[in-house]
Design a protein around this ligand. Structure first.
Ligand SMILES: [Zn+2]
Length: 159
């Protein structure tokens, strides 16, 4: 079976940027996603189209097909008072937008009571190199299609 729209795919991956490993699936804990539903970044999803279980591939994803370009307008200054906890440079915090959505940001610098923060995704502007091995391909269940994501065994809770 090949990867096409509405298939559920299990894969092992290693993500490197400039030769440094940024992220990888743990042994025995593959990434599971629903193909064709933008569950993963566009460049990787496109490269996986038509592949079958057992195939390995190397994919280079440019920023525009990954996490986008960096936008310096997304670098902002907050006040130290805005933070409930201690502020740690490099750490990720979460802000609640007016519409209720949660926006992650990282702290770049602290000067006095001014905190410089970055709302860009950490991998924005970076060229991503994926080493991918396709482990399995199956049809999605009706429930998965309804939800728009894959249900891996035991890691998805429904209310
Ligand atoms: Zn679900």
């Amino acid at each position: 079976m090949n990867i096409t729209q509405d298939k559920v795919v299990e894969l092992d991956y290693t993500l490197t940027v400039d030769g440094e490993v940024i992220d990888q699936s743990e042994s025995g804990e593959p990434l599971t996603y629903l193909h064709g539903h933008s569950n993963i970044i566009p460049g990787l999803e496109r490269a996986l189209e038509g592949k079958a279980a057992g195939e390995s591939l190397q994919v280079t994803v440019a920023p525009e097909d990954g996490y986008g370009e960096r936008d310096e307008d997304n670098v902002e200054e907050l006040s130290l008072e805005d933070f409930e906890d201690d502020v740690e440079i490099g750490a990720t915090y979460y802000a609640q937008a007016e519409d209720g959505s949660v926006m992650p940001f990282s702290v770049m610098a602290v000067e006095g009571d001014r905190v410089q923060v970055d709302f860009n995704p950490p991998l924005a502007g970076m060229t991503l190199n994926f080493d991918v091995k396709v482990l399995s391909v199956r049809d999605a269940t009706a429930e998965e299609l309804e939800h728009g994501h894959a249900h891996a065994d035991g890691d998805h809770n429904h209310e």
